[in-house]
Structure formats: C-alpha cells, structure tokens
Design a protein around this ligand. Sequence first.
Ligand SMILES: [Zn+2]
Length: 178
Amino acid sequence: MNTMFTESRKDRLIHERIQDPKTTRKPAGSTVCPVCKAVFKDGHWQWLESWPLGSPREICQACQRIRDNDPAGLLTLTGDSLNAQWPEILNLVRHQEQGERARHPLNRIISIDEKPETVVVATTDLHLPKRIGQALHRAFKGKLDVQYDKQGCFVRVHWTADENRNQKKKQPIARKRR
Ligand SMILES: [Zn+2]
C-alpha cells in the first residue's frame, strides 16, 4: 500500500511539474468554452450535461491551441511496418485520444499529418503523446522515446515500429531503366 501511495504521489508531482503554462491561468466560476462546450467548474475543465444559464464564456486552452495550430506535444511515428499496420495504428491512436479526452477535456489531437514514411500527431497537451506512444509500444512493440524540453513546456515522443533493424528485409532497389 505504501508503495502505491508513493507511486501515485510521484505521478502527481511529475504531472504538476510538467504543467502546461497555458493551463495555469484558471477562469472564474462556471465558465463555458463556446467552441467545445467544456465547462470550467470546481477548479478544472470537465464535460457536463448542463451549466447555469448566462455562464461566462471563454475559449478553453485546447480550442485556443487548435485555433492557433500551437501544439504542446508532438508524437512522431516511423518504421518500415508503419504502412502495413496503419489502419490498426490509427485506430489505436484515436481510441487513446477518446479515453484521455473523456477524462481530461483539454487533452486532444490537433492534427495527424500522414507522410509516406512518417506520421506526426500534434496534441494540445503534454500527456497525450506519451499515452499514445506507450499504447503503441504495448500493442506493437517497437521502440519508444520521450523527451521533455528543459522547461517542461513541450514534449516530443518518437515511436518507431521497428525494434530490431536486423530483422528488416532488404528491399531490392528499383531500377529506373529496364
Ligand atoms: Zn474548448
């Protein structure tokens, strides 16, 4: 029990230390975001069925970051098997976002930028890239790397689907001329 307490306390401290500076300013009373309808109540943003009529309106930090295209975190996905497993990977990414966002309205995906060999997922928060990266690592193995900037205001997570480069099959190089 002591261990669990210590672990949860440690988690909380880490959570507080890497607090997004944009979320440190708290609106007053019951405030509703006019864009996503999240409600700021009892000290945090939450999803509520209803709120008092005439509640103050203020855009939440997540909607602001989406509007400004100003991510707090980037998750980069690479690897030779990315293309082959893409439907399952995308499904897992979306599923993790839904789970996170249900409990933490400010934690969302801003964009998923698909390129032939790299996918970049931009998020409104510092926690979602790591959560998705860890879930990908659990499901598909590969290799995970998490880096916070010095101030703890930005996170870069990199997951590569290829754990072991020796297992990589050599592709014959296509010739331009026959
Ligand atoms: Zn909002």
